[in-house]
Design a protein around this ligand. Sequence first.
Ligand SMILES: *[C@@H]1O[C@H](CO)[C@@H](O)[C@H](O)[C@H]1NC(C)=O
Ligand SMILES: *[C@@H]1O[C@H](CO)[C@@H](O)[C@H](O)[C@H]1NC(C)=O
Ligand SMILES: *[C@@H]1O[C@H](CO)[C@@H](O)[C@H](O)[C@H]1NC(C)=O
Ligand SMILES: *[C@@H]1O[C@H](CO)[C@@H](O)[C@H](O)[C@H]1NC(C)=O
Length: 336
Amino acid sequence: MFIWWLVQLSRTATTDSIEINEHHYTVETLQQTSILLTKNPEYYTIWNFRRLILQHQLSLPGTDSSEQSASDQIVSMIKDDLQFLLPLLRSYPKCYWIWNYRLWLLGEASRLLPLSTAHGFWQEELALVNKMLSFDDRNFHGWGYRRFVVEKLEILAPTESMTQKELDYTTKMIRSQLSNFSAWHNRTKLIQTLLDERGASDDERKNKLDDELELIHQALIDPYDQSLWFYHQNLMCTFDPALSAQAIAPNLTDSERLDYIRREKEAIEDMLEGAESCKWIYLGLMNCTLLQTKIERSLSRNAKQDVTRWLHELIKLDPKRRGRWLDFEESFNAWQ
Ligand SMILES: *[C@@H]1O[C@H](CO)[C@@H](O)[C@H](O)[C@H]1NC(C)=O
Ligand SMILES: *[C@@H]1O[C@H](CO)[C@@H](O)[C@H](O)[C@H]1NC(C)=O
Ligand SMILES: *[C@@H]1O[C@H](CO)[C@@H](O)[C@H](O)[C@H]1NC(C)=O
Ligand SMILES: *[C@@H]1O[C@H](CO)[C@@H](O)[C@H](O)[C@H]1NC(C)=O
């Protein structure tokens, strides 16, 4: 009987003229609209009616007085209704009313739920619409809908952390002027804070380390700039077992460390070309080799020859510290 009435309504009434008593906003009538809409989702009046019923139910105070459970109830009502729409969307992907109704539901989620919960709903929606579009990429409604979801997500996105903004600022400063000691210096701290804030995994930390090594290699096109070597040295601490606990990626294995050091050595050797009089390069190479020795706990004959050769370059290029390098050479010769 009621269904007959709804069908009549859908044929004759416009949204404005619907005046339905609140007594009809029940779980039962909701189910009846489900039956009708499953048969024919083009009954837009029924969609409007469903909207009124749900709106009413969402506004009912939770049976439990605690706020948590009220919002849980809203979450489950919205979830159920989104779920109801899924098979309809699959059968009628081009029916405007279904998409329209879904948007309204998600809007209710934004309006009634905490930001992070609402954001979750929209994120799942994006995944869903992406999936649907992968089956049918000519669905016009689908694309329009997707654009809308993306916009909403941008608005709802949890605000970017201040640390990320400051880090971006140092990147900008570095890009405009490589030699900015303060920017490189801040970067070291900011990256640590950011990784901690995010509870970054070992893999994420390793990726960050790779990014930073790439950035500093690009910058070291000018190897005469000491502030760059300062940052490079900072990254190299990651490979020093005695210092790595405070570094970007604290949990590398020794063999990973040795791989990294080998690659760094190659990168630094490449810098020598055209910059043979740059003392930082010899220092960098020496540091790499000494670190390698420390991890391997043995000094190969090649390594010994290399270090001696680089020390001699340093003695030539850095006369002010000549005494220091000679002292170092003496103690180094005693190592064996
Ligand atoms: C380095 O960055 C700071 C911002 O902290 C900026 O004020 C300064 O002008 C920059 N220095 C150079 C040489 O670009
Ligand atoms: C580095 O940090 C100091 C103090 O926090 C700040 O004043 C400066 O602007 C920062 N520089 C850069 C380049 O981020
Ligand atoms: C590194 O290893 C330590 C000790 O095994 C562990 O507690 C920690 O979760 C690991 N990962 C990071 C990122 O520190
Ligand atoms: C070499 O290592 C020393 C000692 O850790 C450090 O002070 C120096 O900055 C490093 N030099 C380079 C070029 O990496």
